[in-house]
Ligand binder design. Structure first.
Ligand code: NCD
Length: 318
């Protein structure tokens, strides 16, 4: 039986915890002089990225290489979808070359789910689908908090600030953080953080909505800043960037006043001076670079876990 990683939705808390624990054991590989283990020798990973990416694509590529898999990268500009081929036909063509894992990023919500349905022998990983989910990002954010707090985050107050409406990062994080037993505050203007997201039937009782930044971050343990996903906006959601950043830009001064002990996450890419000030991004409370290292470890754990569902992997542990 092959498995997929399509989202955090529907995941059991035990599976989430196991993935985080396995990810933590992968961190050490990247500290070695020879950053390579034989776990996925003879396995093939294809990264099909139909949207821009720096962190996610590079870390999935490095994750596969550090595990000794053969890794192939395909970007939108270099794929036959540019010649009119459908995504499904591209994926079926790639499957004919017997990859073990297909990592997919696509602007359409649900694209990886479609491929998982029609491919017969390949494990599919969702590396971000439209404004739906980005499960490996949520896992890496949880691993980053686990490294900071010394244990899987539980009982923390996490303020997610900014363009929640268009953010697959927010959606996956809301699901993962609340599943682990944290309180999640969604903070932003009503156009980007609609009240309906706070309805218990949407994300459960651990999620609340705040339109005031001060109120939303008050006493928070973690503040996660989100980029405005302007490529996914179909109309005007904010009056101007200046006005948005005046009301919702996270600054060191504000954190000192309202959340003095908070650590700060940002999935990147950052728009400095819009959703986050440089004094926060580069300051002592920023976990942004830790997030990037966590991303590599999480993606190694994901590849090993999925490859194991298609047969044994060498040694299991690294
Ligand atoms: C995020 C994404 O692509 O959804 N970036 C990432 O994967 N690190 C967030 C964003 O683009 O703002």
């Amino acid at each position: 039986m092959r498995a997929h990683l399509l989202g955090i939705e529907g995941m059991r808390v035990e599976d989430l915890q196991t993935l985080l624990e396995n990810s933590a054991t992968m961190l050490e590989v990247s500290e070695r002089v020879i950053k390579k283990v034989p776990t996925l020798r003879g396995r093939t990973v294809i990264n099909l990225f139909m949207e821009p990416s720096t962190r996610t694509r590079t870390s999935f590529e490095l994750a596969g290489k550090r595990l000794s898999a053969d890794v192939v990268n395909i970007s939108e500009s270099a794929s036959s979808t540019k010649k009119g081929e459908s995504l499904l036909d591209t994926a079926i063509t790639l499957e004919s070359m017997s990859p073990d894992i297909l990592v997919v990023r696509h602007s359409a919500s649900g694209a990886p789910h479609l491929l998982a349905k029609y491919l017969s022998s390949t494990c599919v990983v969702n590396a971000g689908d439209g404004l739906h989910e980005h499960p490996s990002q949520a896992l890496l954010d949880c691993l980053t908090l686990m490294r900071h707090f010394g244990e899987i985050p539980r009982g923390k107050t996490v303020a997610i600030v900014g363009d929640v409406l268009h953010s697959r990062v927010a959606r996956s994080n809301i699901l993962a953080l609340s599943l682990l037993g944290n309180r999640v505050r969604l903070v932003g203007p009503p156009t980007l953080v609609p009240a309906s997201l706070g309805h218990p039937r949407c994300f459960g009782h651990r999620v609340s909505i705040h339109h005031s930044l001060r109120e939303g971050i008050e006493g928070a343990d973690v503040v996660m800043c989100l980029r405005l996903q302007r490529e996914r906006m179909s109309r005007f959601y904010i009056p101007s960037l200046e006005e948005y950043s005046r009301h919702y830009g996270v600054s060191e001064r504000l954190l000192r006043q309202h959340a003095p002990d908070a650590v700060v996450l940002h999935p990147g890419p950052m728009n400095r001076g819009v959703e986050i000030d440089s004094d926060v991004a580069d300051g002592a409370r920023s976990l942004v670079t830790l997030q990037v290292g966590s991303g590599l470890a999480v993606r190694m754990a994901i590849l090993v876990t999925l490859a194991a569902t298609k047969g044994t992997v060498e040694g299991g542990a690294v």
